[in-house]
Design a protein around this ligand. Structure first.
Ligand code: GLU
Length: 306
C-alpha cells in the first residue's frame, strides 16, 4: 500500500499555531512512512471562507518547508462529486430523507430530552415524513441501536486511533441521523470530507482531536458509500490560556512566516517530540525535518498499546 496523507485546512483565516501542529503532524507521518502528502482546501462552507486565506495558507506551508506532492484540491470545485455520492446514497431506499426541522425546533427538543436525561441526538422527527413541513435539509439515517442482549450493535462504530487509542461511538444515541445537505444549500462537511478523501485515495488521516467526534460519522458514511476506511490519528489540540481551542474565533495569531523554525520547534514540543539536540543546533528547515521525522516515528511507536 502506498501511504497517502493530507492536510485539509479551512480557509477561514491565515495559518495559526493550532493548524500548524496539525499540518506538521500529517507531514511528519507521511515522511516517516515514505508516503505522499497532499493539501486540500476545505472551502465548502462559502460564508466562512475568507478571500485570499487559502493562498496565504499555501504560501505559509511552503515557507515552513511543507510542499504538497500534488496540486491542491479545492472543495468548492468538487460539488459534482458530492452530488454523485448523494445520489448513490439516495439509491438505497430510505437511507437519506428530507428534514423540515428548524434549528430552534431541534434545540427545543434537545432541551426536552435533556430534562428527561435522554440523549442529545437528533430525535428523528422527520424520519417517517415531513408532517406537513417544507423540506430544509437532507439527513442520513443511522442504524437503530440493538436491543439489550444482542451481541452486535449496528449503531456502534469502533475504530482504533493511532494516538488516542480505541474509540467507539453509538450513532443512534449520541448523534442521530445527521445532515448531508444543509438548509442553507451547502453540502455538509461530513459528506465532502468522506468523498474527497476517498477520491484522493487517502490512506492515513492525521488531524486535530477536535475532529475525533466526527470520525464515527465519517466511517459510517464510508461504509454506506462502499469506500475504504483510512487509518486515523488525532493529535491533541492546542488551547489558549482560557482552555479554548486555538482558532480564528478565539483570537489565534497568524504565524510569522519569516521565522518558521521558532514556530516549528514549538509545534514539535507540543507533539512531545524529542529532537535529540539543542534548538541552537537546528538552524535550517532541512535539519529540523531530519530530526523531527524519526522523533515523530519514535513518539508514535511509544504510544502503541500492548
Ligand atoms: N477542514 C477541517 C478543519 O480545518 C479539517 C478536515 C479534516 O482534516 O478532516 O477543521
Amino acid at each position: 500500500m502506498t501511504y497517502r496523507g493530507r492536510f485539509a485546512p479551512s480557509p477561514t483565516g491565515p495559518l495559526h499555531f493550532g493548524s500548524l501542529v496539525s499540518a506538521l503532524a500529517s507531514w511528519l507521518d507521511a515522511r516517516a512512512h515514505n508516503g505522499r502528502w497532499l493539501v486540500r482546501i476545505d472551502d465548502i462552507d462559502g460564508p466562512r471562507t475568507v478571500p485570499g486565506a487559502a493562498e496565504d495558507i499555501l504560501q505559509t506551508l511552503e515557507r515552513f518547508g511543507m510542499c504538497a506532492d500534488e496540486p491542491p484540491v479545492w472543495q468548492s470545485r468538487r460539488t459534482a462529486h458530492y452530488e454523485r455520492a448523494f445520489a448513490q446514497l439516495q439509491a438505497t431506499s430510505g437511507l437519506v430523507y428530507p428534514c423540515g426541522c428548524t434549528r430552534k425546533e431541534i434545540a427545543d427538543s434537545l432541551v426536552r430530552a435533556h430534562a428527561r436525561h435522554a440523549t442529545l441526538a437528533y430525535p428523528g422527527t422527520c424520519r417517517d415524513g415531513l408532517h406537513g413541513k417544507a423540506p430544509r435539509a437532507w439527513r442520513l439515517r443511522v442504524p437503530d441501536s440493538a436491543t439489550a442482549g444482542a451481541s452486535v450493535d449496528p449503531a456502534i462504530i469502533r475504530f482504533d486511533d493511532r494516538w488516542q487509542g480505541p474509540q467507539s461511538q453509538n450513532l443512534a444515541t449520541e448523534v442521530g441521523d445527521f445532515v448531508l445537505y444543509r438548509a442553507d444549500g451547502q453540502w455538509a462537511y461530513q459528506l465532502a470530507v468522506v468523498v474527497d478523501d476517498a477520491d484522493a485515495g487517502i490512506t492515513h488521516i492525521v488531524r486535530g482531536a477536535d475532529l475525533l467526534d466526527s470520525t464515527a460519522r465519517q466511517i459510517y458514511l464510508q461504509r454506506c458509500l462502499a469506500v475504504p476506511t483510512p487509518s486515523y490519528l488525532h493529535v491533541p489540540v492546542v488551547v489558549n490560556e482560557e482552555g479554548e481551542k486555538l482558532s480564528k474565533q478565539t483570537g489565534a495569531q497568524a504565524l510569522d512566516a519569516s521565522r518558521p523554525l521558532d514556530a516549528l520547534r514549538t509545534a514539535a514540543r507540543h507533539l512531545g517530540l524529542d529532537l535529540g539536540r539543542p534548538d541552537a543546533l537546528i538552524t535550517s528547515l532541512d535539519a529540523f525535518y531530519a530530526a523531527a521525522t524519526p522523533a515523530w516515528a519514535q513518539r508514535i511507536e511509544a504510544l502503541k498499546r500492548p
